[in-house]
Design a protein around this ligand. Structure first.
Ligand code: F42
Length: 145
Protein backbone atom coordinates (compact mmCIF):
# COMPACT_ATOMS: atom_id res chain seq x y z
CA UNK A 1 0.00 0.00 0.00
CA UNK A 2 1.63 3.31 -1.03
CA UNK A 3 2.11 5.99 1.59
CA UNK A 4 -0.27 8.98 1.72
CA UNK A 5 1.49 12.35 1.47
CA UNK A 6 -0.86 15.22 2.38
CA UNK A 7 -0.86 18.60 0.60
CA UNK A 8 1.73 21.06 1.94
CA UNK A 9 -1.05 23.70 2.08
CA UNK A 10 -2.80 23.72 5.47
CA UNK A 11 -6.24 24.75 4.15
CA UNK A 12 -6.18 22.03 1.49
CA UNK A 13 -4.92 19.33 3.84
CA UNK A 14 -7.51 20.28 6.44
CA UNK A 15 -10.33 20.19 3.92
CA UNK A 16 -9.25 16.69 2.79
CA UNK A 17 -9.15 15.49 6.41
CA UNK A 18 -12.58 16.89 7.30
CA UNK A 19 -14.15 15.66 4.06
CA UNK A 20 -12.87 12.10 4.57
CA UNK A 21 -13.21 11.80 8.35
CA UNK A 22 -16.86 12.91 8.15
CA UNK A 23 -17.59 10.32 5.46
CA UNK A 24 -18.35 13.12 3.00
CA UNK A 25 -20.83 15.06 5.13
CA UNK A 26 -18.59 17.97 6.18
CA UNK A 27 -16.00 20.12 4.44
CA UNK A 28 -17.61 19.43 1.08
CA UNK A 29 -17.79 23.04 -0.16
CA UNK A 30 -15.26 25.72 -1.04
CA UNK A 31 -14.84 27.93 2.00
CA UNK A 32 -17.48 30.68 2.06
CA UNK A 33 -18.77 30.17 -1.49
CA UNK A 34 -20.90 27.17 -0.52
CA UNK A 35 -20.07 25.59 -3.89
CA UNK A 36 -19.51 21.81 -3.92
CA UNK A 37 -16.08 20.22 -4.02
CA UNK A 38 -15.03 16.67 -4.93
CA UNK A 39 -11.98 14.83 -3.65
CA UNK A 40 -9.65 13.22 -6.17
CA UNK A 41 -7.23 10.53 -4.96
CA UNK A 42 -4.38 9.82 -7.36
CA UNK A 43 -0.78 8.66 -7.46
CA UNK A 44 2.28 10.93 -7.46
CA UNK A 45 4.25 10.36 -10.65
CA UNK A 46 7.63 10.66 -8.92
CA UNK A 47 6.99 9.49 -5.37
CA UNK A 48 4.40 6.83 -6.21
CA UNK A 49 2.62 8.12 -3.08
CA UNK A 50 -1.11 8.62 -2.64
CA UNK A 51 -2.13 12.25 -3.23
CA UNK A 52 -5.52 13.78 -2.46
CA UNK A 53 -6.70 16.91 -4.25
CA UNK A 54 -9.97 18.77 -3.68
CA UNK A 55 -11.44 20.26 -6.87
CA UNK A 56 -14.67 22.05 -7.73
CA UNK A 57 -17.49 19.69 -8.66
CA UNK A 58 -18.33 20.01 -12.35
CA UNK A 59 -20.69 17.28 -13.54
CA UNK A 60 -21.35 16.09 -17.07
CA UNK A 61 -23.98 13.37 -16.62
CA UNK A 62 -22.27 10.57 -14.66
CA UNK A 63 -18.88 12.01 -15.50
CA UNK A 64 -16.90 14.75 -13.80
CA UNK A 65 -14.86 17.55 -15.34
CA UNK A 66 -11.57 18.27 -13.55
CA UNK A 67 -10.15 21.74 -14.14
CA UNK A 68 -6.44 22.43 -13.57
CA UNK A 69 -6.92 26.13 -12.89
CA UNK A 70 -5.01 26.65 -9.67
CA UNK A 71 -6.31 30.21 -9.48
CA UNK A 72 -4.81 31.15 -12.87
CA UNK A 73 -1.23 30.52 -11.70
CA UNK A 74 1.40 30.51 -14.50
CA UNK A 75 2.11 26.77 -14.17
CA UNK A 76 -0.15 23.74 -14.23
CA UNK A 77 -0.79 22.27 -10.79
CA UNK A 78 1.33 19.20 -10.05
CA UNK A 79 -1.68 16.89 -9.90
CA UNK A 80 -2.14 17.47 -13.65
CA UNK A 81 1.20 15.71 -14.28
CA UNK A 82 0.16 12.90 -11.99
CA UNK A 83 -3.09 12.32 -13.91
CA UNK A 84 -1.26 12.39 -17.25
CA UNK A 85 1.11 9.69 -15.96
CA UNK A 86 -1.54 7.54 -14.27
CA UNK A 87 -5.19 8.15 -15.21
CA UNK A 88 -6.68 5.83 -12.57
CA UNK A 89 -8.28 7.82 -9.77
CA UNK A 90 -10.78 7.50 -7.00
CA UNK A 91 -13.32 10.30 -6.86
CA UNK A 92 -15.33 11.13 -3.76
CA UNK A 93 -18.45 13.25 -4.27
CA UNK A 94 -19.81 13.75 -0.76
CA UNK A 95 -20.76 10.24 0.44
CA UNK A 96 -20.25 8.49 -2.93
CA UNK A 97 -16.82 7.08 -3.79
CA UNK A 98 -16.10 5.72 -7.27
CA UNK A 99 -13.14 4.34 -9.19
CA UNK A 100 -12.75 6.41 -12.30
CA UNK A 101 -10.44 6.86 -15.24
CA UNK A 102 -9.52 10.28 -16.55
CA UNK A 103 -8.56 11.48 -20.00
CA UNK A 104 -7.29 14.90 -20.90
CA UNK A 105 -9.70 16.64 -23.25
CA UNK A 106 -7.86 17.78 -26.39
CA UNK A 107 -10.70 17.96 -28.91
CA UNK A 108 -11.59 21.64 -29.31
CA UNK A 109 -15.37 21.21 -29.59
CA UNK A 110 -15.52 18.85 -26.63
CA UNK A 111 -13.29 21.13 -24.60
CA UNK A 112 -15.48 24.16 -25.35
CA UNK A 113 -18.59 22.27 -24.24
CA UNK A 114 -16.97 21.15 -20.98
CA UNK A 115 -15.47 24.58 -20.35
CA UNK A 116 -18.99 26.05 -20.46
CA UNK A 117 -20.10 23.51 -17.86
CA UNK A 118 -17.07 24.39 -15.73
CA UNK A 119 -17.81 28.12 -15.82
CA UNK A 120 -21.47 27.49 -15.04
CA UNK A 121 -20.46 25.48 -11.96
CA UNK A 122 -17.71 27.85 -10.85
CA UNK A 123 -17.71 31.26 -12.64
CA UNK A 124 -14.21 32.36 -11.43
CA UNK A 125 -12.63 29.79 -13.79
CA UNK A 126 -13.21 32.31 -16.63
CA UNK A 127 -11.21 34.95 -14.77
CA UNK A 128 -8.47 32.41 -13.97
CA UNK A 129 -8.06 31.66 -17.70
CA UNK A 130 -7.68 35.38 -18.42
CA UNK A 131 -4.96 35.64 -15.78
CA UNK A 132 -2.65 33.14 -17.45
CA UNK A 133 -1.22 32.48 -20.92
CA UNK A 134 -1.27 28.70 -20.41
CA UNK A 135 -4.38 26.92 -21.56
CA UNK A 136 -6.02 25.53 -18.44
CA UNK A 137 -6.01 21.73 -18.72
CA UNK A 138 -9.32 19.89 -18.48
CA UNK A 139 -9.82 16.19 -17.75
CA UNK A 140 -12.96 14.12 -18.03
CA UNK A 141 -13.35 11.47 -15.33
CA UNK A 142 -15.49 8.48 -16.35
CA UNK A 143 -16.62 5.56 -14.16
CA UNK A 144 -14.42 2.44 -14.37
CA UNK A 145 -16.99 -0.01 -13.03
N1 F42 B 1 -7.30 23.57 -7.78
C1 F42 B 1 -7.56 23.54 -9.08
O1 F42 B 1 -6.63 23.52 -9.89
N2 F42 B 1 -8.86 23.51 -9.54
C2 F42 B 1 -9.93 23.52 -8.69
O2 F42 B 1 -11.07 23.42 -9.15
C3 F42 B 1 -9.67 23.57 -7.28
C4 F42 B 1 -10.69 23.59 -6.32
C5 F42 B 1 -10.39 23.51 -4.97
C6 F42 B 1 -11.41 23.43 -3.99
C7 F42 B 1 -11.11 23.30 -2.66
C8 F42 B 1 -9.76 23.23 -2.27
O3 F42 B 1 -9.48 23.04 -0.95
C9 F42 B 1 -8.75 23.31 -3.19
C10 F42 B 1 -9.03 23.47 -4.55
N3 F42 B 1 -8.02 23.54 -5.51
C11 F42 B 1 -8.32 23.56 -6.85
C12 F42 B 1 -6.60 23.48 -5.11
C13 F42 B 1 -6.09 22.05 -5.34
O4 F42 B 1 -6.64 21.20 -4.37
C14 F42 B 1 -4.55 21.94 -5.29
O5 F42 B 1 -4.12 22.24 -3.98
C15 F42 B 1 -3.91 22.91 -6.24
O6 F42 B 1 -4.43 22.72 -7.55
C16 F42 B 1 -2.41 22.69 -6.27
O7 F42 B 1 -2.16 21.35 -6.67
P1 F42 B 1 -0.71 20.74 -6.68
O8 F42 B 1 -0.82 19.32 -7.12
O9 F42 B 1 0.22 21.63 -7.44
O10 F42 B 1 -0.42 20.76 -5.13
C17 F42 B 1 0.76 21.23 -4.61
C18 F42 B 1 0.56 22.33 -3.58
C19 F42 B 1 1.33 20.05 -3.91
O11 F42 B 1 0.70 19.33 -3.17
N4 F42 B 1 2.53 19.86 -4.23
C20 F42 B 1 3.25 18.79 -3.64
C21 F42 B 1 4.47 19.34 -3.02
O12 F42 B 1 4.98 18.67 -2.11
O13 F42 B 1 4.87 20.47 -3.40
C22 F42 B 1 3.61 17.78 -4.71
C23 F42 B 1 2.45 16.97 -5.00
C24 F42 B 1 2.77 15.86 -5.97
O14 F42 B 1 1.83 15.32 -6.55
N5 F42 B 1 4.02 15.45 -6.19
C25 F42 B 1 4.35 14.43 -7.16
C26 F42 B 1 4.62 13.09 -6.57
O15 F42 B 1 5.25 12.25 -7.27
O16 F42 B 1 4.16 12.81 -5.46
C27 F42 B 1 5.51 14.92 -7.99
C28 F42 B 1 4.98 15.29 -9.33
C29 F42 B 1 5.92 16.14 -10.15
O17 F42 B 1 5.77 16.07 -11.39
O18 F42 B 1 6.76 16.85 -9.61
Amino acid sequence: MPQYIPSPHDWVREQVELYESSGGTKGTTLRDTGLPVVLVTHIGNRTGAIRKTPLMRVKDGNNYVLVGSQGGAPKDPVWVHNLRADPQIELRDETAVRSMRVREVEDEAERNRLWELAIAAYPPYAEYQERTTRRIPIFLAEPRD
